[in-house]
Design a protein around this ligand. Structure first.
Ligand SMILES: *Cc1c(COP(=O)(O)O)cnc(C)c1O
Length: 354
């Protein structure tokens, strides 16, 4: 803390570990195990590097046009930002509801951080005992509503019909659906945009588009909401998305087939891993994300996390009420998952009572 000023009311987000030395099998921050499409990789040429002396397009027109084309929207319905965290920051900053914000008690930890940063009063609505979300808990809220779908770290998802119920009963509130993991098997609610001005769908290139290091996210919403997001961006950092990332993003949108294929591969890996974990006595939530949320009766979440780390495998453990016994395991390549299962076999054996 500096001697000039302190921010005791700030409670920053704790990112998953990003080790820079030891070679870990990294299954802790839901990155994609596969590289970007060949056409995207090819873009990193000397010419693009020379162009770095120029500022990027602050309006991101090229990328917006491509995304609009992909989803049958207009560029005025698309907002582009430096990662979806950036968008969530703007959302809590610019659209605090009449009665603050609501989101589930178990969800992406950054929502609470942004609420605290912008001093938006928030109410965390408890998920059911099985971690499912009851849409009716979100009816008539008069608040900013933020729901990750599929949810993190559980992987459980709502249907567009269930989200429609929330939109119908909150016509005067912004409903933000964070679709960071939607490409791994859940159904997107973006088609509802034509009926609901109060819907904002937030997406990221970090997970299903293999571009976590590029920092790129976008939102789809009504032109009025999008133009307010633009005003916030142009009041802070108009050049937030760099030239290289913009170019990589545009190339990514043109490679839908590649990304659909690897998403399917990851879903297959998820199914196999789920079965293997169950074989070892784990209880596994039915996830539609690129991760599994699981616990092993008799071994604490902290112990699982530490024991795997000693074997050079990183998973995520959240020392938080209700989920402290769980670990969240990102889906890697099939080879990586075989190594994970082998390590867990040993750990289960070491921890067996007899
Ligand atoms: C990973 C993640 C994000 C952040 O994505 P970035 O675009 O990398 O900032 C947002 N929401 C959820 C639910 C996530 O899991």
């Amino acid at each position: 803390m500096s001697r000039f000023f302190s921010l005791p009311w700030l409670h920053p987000y704790t990112p998953g570990e990003q080790p820079q030395n030891r070679d870990y099998i990294k299954l802790n921050t839901n990155e994609n195990p596969y590289p970007p499409a060949p056409a995207v990789r090819k873009l990193l040429t000397a010419r693009d590097a020379a162009d770095l002396r120029l500022y990027p397009d602050p309006d991101c027109r090229g990328l917006k046009k491509k995304l609009a084309g992909l989803y049958g929207l207009t560029p005025e319905e698309i907002f582009v930002a430096n990662g979806s965290d950036d968008i969530l920051n703007f959302v809590f900053w610019g659209f605090p509801g009449e009665k603050g914000a609501v989101f589930p008690d178990i969800t992406y930890g950054f929502y609470k951080v942004f609420a605290g940063l912008h001093r938006v009063p928030c109410r965390e609505i408890p998920l059911n005992g099985d971690f499912s979300l009851n849409p009716r808990d979100y009816y008539h809220q008069n608040s900013l509503i933020v729901i990750a779908n599929p949810n993190a770290p559980t992987g459980l998802a709502l249907t567009p019909g269930e989200i429609q119920g929330i939109l119908d009963t909150n016509r005067d509130s912004l409903v933000v659906i964070d679709e960071a993991y939607v490409d791994f098997g859940a159904q997107s609610c973006y088609p509802l945009l034509s009926q609901y001005e109060n819907l904002l769908v937030v997406r990221t290139f970090s997970k299903s588009r293999c571009l976590a290091g590029g920092r790129l996210g976008y939102a789809m919403g009504s032109p009025a909401v999008i133009s307010d997001l633009e005003r916030l961006k142009f009041s802070t950092n108009p050049y937030a998305i760099n030239r290289l990332t913009l170019a990589l993003g545009e190339a990514t949108v043109a490679e839908e087939a590649y990304y659909r294929e690897i998403s399917q591969k990851i879903q297959k890996t998820r199914k196999n891993t789920e079965n293997a974990l169950k074989g070892l006595g784990f209880l596994v939530l039915p996830s539609l994300g690129n991760f599994l949320f699981a616990r092993r009766p008799g071994i604490s979440g902290e112990n699982l996390y530490q024991s795997l780390k000693e074997k050079a495998i990183l998973v995520r453990h959240f020392p938080q009420e209700r989920i402290g016994e769980y670990v969240r395991i990102t889906m890697g390549t099939d080879e990586q998952m075989e190594q994970l299962i082998a390590a867990l076999e040993e750990i289960c054996h070491e921890n067996s009572p007899d």
